[in-house]
Design a binder for this molecule. Structure first.
Ligand code: MG
Length: 476
């Protein structure tokens, strides 16, 4: 285990080497990328609007409350069993709830004895962004209601998940939710004065900057003005970008050929576009080929920065071979918690090392006994009785060790979140989210202003990575 060098989580973490200096264009998503929302406030509001819609269905949800810490990004909704699952990098479920109830070890094992959790399987829905937290909360609470026969109009968990998806989408598009955010941005947006400077550095270093957001023009304009203009002198947020694409409809933006329109007025008046896209303008819709043509660059000349693991990072990487950066704000809390647990983690690792050595010793004694009893192979110098005594003594020591290990292991399992533990780990292994991040995000970071540290001229090198057969440093 290496010493913690930075307990703030404010660095750029590199999966694949990335030369920032060589990039010709950088595209940014807006929501939860350039603009960070106070998750609890935003999701509580979204939860409330969904509640209104569910009450109209006559569902008994009046007394239900949003629990902000109950779920985390990177979990999977199992629409067949009504569970929410955290899996490791191989897709083996390691923790789960059915409705709001945590599944015990045996229940988890029997539920998933023959089932891996695959992102490509439509049965599972991955919680890709912080916008998914209130939906996960609703799903778990409504599963409880369904189990008690309290929901009219839904037959099973799959039905419930479709209906909930519909209601969440409707609540987002009906306009009241966003109108409330626009009316009181100070309640919902966590400002970061350094983001504007990080973008300005990149622009002055010769990069073409783009904003590619699924949000509509009126909302984009209001939010960007609120979050950027106070921190820019002599210019407005729009001047930071060479291209602005609103209503982009990602992921289809990266995979399909949607029509493009030019936004020609502040009110959002649209004009059909017949020429190639021109820098300095605002567009609605469109697709990636039009943008690459307009910029005069493509593929790995372009870095795209977003918070949606699928819509921003996976498709842009897999289909377009753009370089990718994922924004995970939760990393700051996670790194801080992991750092504060450093000494206890070291103790735990030392105890586990001791346990492993004792188990190995016990296995050797057992084999010696087996060979004596079977009358084969090289014989031990000890008698059967001596071997049995030694094994019994080891068992006692192991039990004593387990008493010391148990509370520490339990505490490690609740780092970062009391129900699910760390975002990027399950036990000692990487989580399914961590696997997706390393597969599709070239770099990841807690927020865009972390670019200030390395500057636009940095060569970000990936670490060597470890393999189980690597010799341990310091081993004789
Ligand atoms: Mg976003």
């Amino acid at each position: 285990m290496t010493e913690p060098t930075d307990g703030t989580g404010r660095r750029i973490y590199t999966n694949r080497t990335l030369n920032l200096r060589a990039l010709r264009a950088i595209g940014y998503d807006m929501d939860y990328t350039l603009i960070h929302y106070r998750v609890k406030e935003w999701e509580s509001l979204a939860y409330r609007y969904v509640k209104e819609r569910l009450l109209k269905r006559g569902w008994p949800v009046e007394s239900m409350e949003f629990e902000p810490d109950r779920f985390i990004r990177g979990l999977m909704i199992d629409t067949e069993l009504g569970n929410i699952v955290k899996a490791n990098r191989f897709g083996y479920p390691k923790r789960a709830t059915h409705g709001t109830r945590v599944l015990g070890f045996d229940e988890l094992r029997s539920a998933y004895a023959r089932q891996m959790v695959e992102l490509s399987d439509p049965r599972f829905r991955f919680l890709n962004t912080l916008f998914s937290l209130s939906e996960a909360c609703w799903f778990s609470q409504l599963v409880d209601c369904l189990d008690e026969g309290q929901l009219s109009g839904v037959r099973d968990y799959r039905d419930l998940s479709h209906l909930l998806r519909f209601e969440v989408d409707e609540a987002h598009v009906e306009g009241r939710l966003k109108a409330e955010i626009v009316a009181h941005p100070e309640k919902f947006v966590e400002l970061d004065p350094d983001t504007a400077l990080a973008l300005l550095d990149q622009k002055r270093a010769g990069k073409k900057l783009m904003l590619i957001t699924n949000s509509e023009w009126s909302y984009t304009q209001a939010m960007m003005q609120y979050a950027f203009d106070p921190f820019l002198t002599g210019m407005t947020w729009q001047a930071l970008f060479d291209l602005i694409i609103v209503d982009a409809q990602k992921p289809a933006f990266f995979t399909a050929t949607n029509p493009i329109y030019e936004v020609v007025s502040a009110e959002g008046l649209l004009r059909t576009v017949r020429r190639p896209v021109e820098l300095g303008k605002v567009y609605q819709g469109g697709h990636v080929a039009l943008i690459e043509e307009g910029l005069g660059c493509s593929g790995d000349d372009i870095l795209y920065v977003g918070d949606h693991l699928f819509g921003d990072v996976q498709v842009s990487k897999r289909i377009q071979r753009w370089r990718t950066a994922l924004v995970l704000r939760e990393l700051e809390h996670e790194v801080e918690e992991v750092s504060s647990f450093y000494d206890a983690q070291k103790t735990l690792e030392a105890l586990m090392g001791e346990k492993e050595a004792m188990e190995q010793q016990s296995a050797q004694l057992r084999l010696k006994l087996q060979r004596i009893q079977g009358g084969y192979g090289p014989r031990a110098s000890q008698s059967e009785e001596e071997l049995r005594d030694e094994m019994a003594a080891l068992r006692d020591r192991l039990q004593h060790l387990d008493v010391q290990i148990a509370p520490l292991a339990k505490a490690v399992g609740t780092i970062s979140n009391p129900y699910w533990g760390q975002l990027m780990r399950t036990g000692n292994d990487k989580s399914q989210l961590a696997r997706q991040v390393e597969r599709y995000a070239d770099v990841y970071m807690s927020r865009v202003s972390n670019f200030l540290g390395p500057t636009p001229f940095a060569y970000l090198r990936s670490s060597r990575g470890s393999l189980p057969h690597d010799p341990l440093i310091g081993d004789p």
